[in-house]
Design a protein around this ligand. Structure first.
Ligand code: AMP
Length: 396
């Protein structure tokens, strides 16, 4: 079975064609600048030269039509006709409280995605456009929506409710949803498989540390808490996001700097985090280099990142009453052994410890804790596209 995985943004569309028997990526591509001049498709198929096409594409339907041409091209493609695509799996950001699992796309599902435009204003409209474009270009194809918020739906009410007047939850569904859910779902399930843990009771903490970062706690693969909230702004110190702050800071900056609430939120989303503290970069490689050269603010930014991650891990161990595995994933989690070591350092009192030799890896599945460690510490590279394809296949 071949599944086309689509992640549609407002002016871009990332895609992979995955053959499910061997979980093999047959093709991988991106369309950029949709709706602008010089739209560009770049595609790589196993054993074929890189395909590049630059032409103006008015909308996502035109882009998908060209993607199908690229996938079926004799010179650059990997299938001979679009009949070889069995289903399409879409990454969809927000389903509000409507869906706690992936679902076959119907008119009703599209209505829910539309109803959640308020909650995911940047992503949901683009996700829906991607779905409708596929309906037009590949009529009759089965499509599945895999929601980034679905993983967080298993949180208990006491974990997801904000302590603000309850009417706001009732009127506007203001609550914690959590994001990076597809990654947390994939990595927590994969951890259980790789480490052969009890699939119903394993207590797993996943640290998805990238430009956006979040930590989740799950029992038997079901989320009990996760660090992002109504939006991805809550939780850890991130590349450019502040994570947790006292909400009164918003009012303070707005008054002092004569800014609107929207402008301050923009600062908290795009100019804060390790970038805001260091004034150097949001990229951890730049920060590590600067800190090694003695830059104090780069050091402070890294220390704050480590400190906040430790706080979340400690609190999640407390709410679960223990932990079987702590797992690192995404750009920093998969590649940065110094960050992994620094975050786990201090948990020795719980007999949780990293083995420096085993930790000396990048981007591969591995157990990096000492043999004596009570809790496994692991690296599991995330694979959201494969998870979307697996969820799609399961519904076929
Ligand atoms: P992501 O958002 O998952 O792509 O992760 C991006 C982050 O991962 C950036 O802060 C990068 O600096 C970091 N990253 C990627 N590769 C490495 C590496 N080899 N060492 C340290 N950090 C890395």
């Amino acid at each position: 079975m071949n599944i086309l995985v689509i992640n549609a943004g407002s002016s871009s569309l990332k895609y992979q064609l995955i053959e499910m028997d061997k979980s093999e990526v047959l093709a991988k591509g991106i369309v950029e600048r949709i709706g602008l001049e010089n739209t560009k498709i770049t595609q790589n198929c196993e054993g074929k030269p890189t395909f590049e096409l630059v032409r103006d594409m008015e909308d996502h339907s035109e882009a998908i039509a060209d993607v199908i041409k690229a996938l079926t091209s004799a010179e650059y493609g990997c299938i001979s006709s679009m009949n070889e695509i069995d289903a399409v799996g879409h990454r969809v950001l927000h389903a509000g409280m409507h869906y706690s699992a992936s679902t076959i796309i119907t008119e009703d599902v599209k209505r829910v995605i539309r109803d959640c435009f308020d909650l995911g204003p940047l992503h949901n409209p683009a996700n829906l456009i991607g779905i409708e474009a596929c309906e037009k270009v590949i009529p009759g194809i089965k499509q599945v929506a895999v929601f980034d918020t679905a993983f967080g739906q298993s949180m208990d009410k006491k974990a997801y409710t904000y302590a603000i007047p309850y009417e706001y939850y009732e009127k506007y569904f203001i609550r914690r949803y959590g994001f990076h859910g597809i990654s947390h779902m994939y990595v927590s399930n994969r951890t259980i498989q790789v480490a052969n843990l009890d699939k119903d009771n394993a207590k797993v903490i996943v640290c998805h540390l990238g430009n956006g970062s979040s930590i989740s706690a799950s029992i038997g693969g079901k989320c009990v808490d996760t660090s992002m909230g109504l939006t991805p702004l809550e939780g850890l110190v991130m590349g450019t996001r502040s994570g947790d702050i006292d909400p009164a800071v918003v009012q303070f900056i707005a008054n002092k700097e004569n800014r609107t609430v929207d402008e301050v939120l923009d600062i908290l989303n795009k100019k804060s985090g390790v970038l805001g503290i260091s004034d150097i970069s949001s990229d951890f490689r730049d920060l590590t280099n600067a800190a090694e050269e003695g830059n104090e603010r780069a050091r402070l930014a890294l220390d704050m990142f480590i400190y906040r991650a430790k706080k979340y891990i400690g609190s999640y161990i407390a709410i679960m009453g223990g932990v079987d595995a702590i797992v690192f994933t995404a750009g920093i989690g998969e590649n940065d052994k110094i960050m992994r070591k620094a975050i786990i350092d201090g948990f020795q009192f719980m007999n949780i410890e990293i083995d420096d030799v085993k930790n000396n890896i990048r981007g591969e599945e591995a157990i990096i804790s000492t043999d004596a460690s009570n809790t496994l510490v692991m690296v599991i590279p995330t694979n959201e596209e494969l998870k979307i394809a697996q969820e799609t296949q399961a519904l076929m």
